[in-house]
Design a protein around this ligand. Structure first.
Ligand SMILES: [Zn+2]
Length: 242
């Protein structure tokens, strides 16, 4: 078995390892999330430059080790630097890659998850290069679509318990979606705008989400629902709001 392989990868983040090395978290098309060591600070600067910044999409050459894989080569596909240059895009983008980092297990083949993040970054970079775009709605859209891929699509069209389709003003991750006033379940209040925003974000492509008008309250409540679903189903605590 060859232990060196090539794959498209997106940089999720990195931290120092000892004095001289770095660990870079990569979401790859071939192996899912791969913990990767990059050896030698000098080499990192000279050989990889800005290619290992968050949001960068690279063609990576990796050597498979027992615990960590080692990055031996990287060519830029898209730097997505424009996302890092606009504060609102950066904030939204960091919230998205934080969720992908926490929610995806290591070394599992997840091509649809990779494509979702690549598509989100492409749309956000295009929006960041223009004017008057929303960055929060595509970020929430990507997060909801990640929950969908993980198998946790919230029930939003009718009460998750009794099926009634009006007065849906409560959300319960444990019950799997919205609730009517009469059904039991630990829940918090949401407005009808929030429920319809979540439905639209799940149904529409991310390219539409950059043009979407949504109220602040609906945006914030959507994030609370996503955070609750992650907590309940994926056992991870999201800390960054887009
Ligand atoms: Zn009900």
């Amino acid at each position: 078995m060859p232990r060196t392989y090539n794959t498209d990868a997106i940089v999720l983040g990195s931290h120092k390892l000892g004095e001289a090395d770095r660990v870079v978290s990569l979401l790859t098309a071939e192996r899912g999330k791969v913990p990767t060591v990059v050896k030698g600070v000098r080499k990192i600067k000279s050989r990889f430059g800005g290619r290992l910044e968050p949001f960068s999409r690279i063609q990576a050459q990796l050597y498979e080790g027992r615990n960590l894989h080692t990055l031996t080569g990287a060519d830029t596909i898209e730097t997505n630097a424009v996302i890092r240059d606009r504060p609102a895009a950066l904030k939204a983008g960091l919230a998205v890659i934080d969720m992908f980092s926490r929610a995806i297990p290591e070394l599992e083949h997840r091509p649809r998850t990779y494509n979702l993040l690549a598509n989100y970054l492409r749309e956000t970079a295009a929006a960041a290069a223009g004017d008057d775009h929303s960055f929060k709605t595509p970020a929430l859209g990507a997060q909801l679509k990640l929950l969908l891929l993980a198998g946790y699509l919230p029930h939003l069209a009718s009460c998750a318990v009794c099926g009634r389709d009006e007065d849906l003003r409560r959300f319960s991750a444990a019950t799997g979606g919205v609730l009517c006033p009469g059904c039991p379940g630990e829940a918090f209040s949401v407005t009808p705008e929030t429920v319809s925003l979540m439905r639209v974000l799940l149904e529409q492509p991310l390219s539409q989400a950059t043009q979407m008008e949504a109220g602040e309250k609906a945006v914030h409540e959507t994030w609370l629902c996503i955070r609750e679903l992650c907590r309940f189903y994926l056992g991870c605590e999201l800390r960054l709001e887009p």
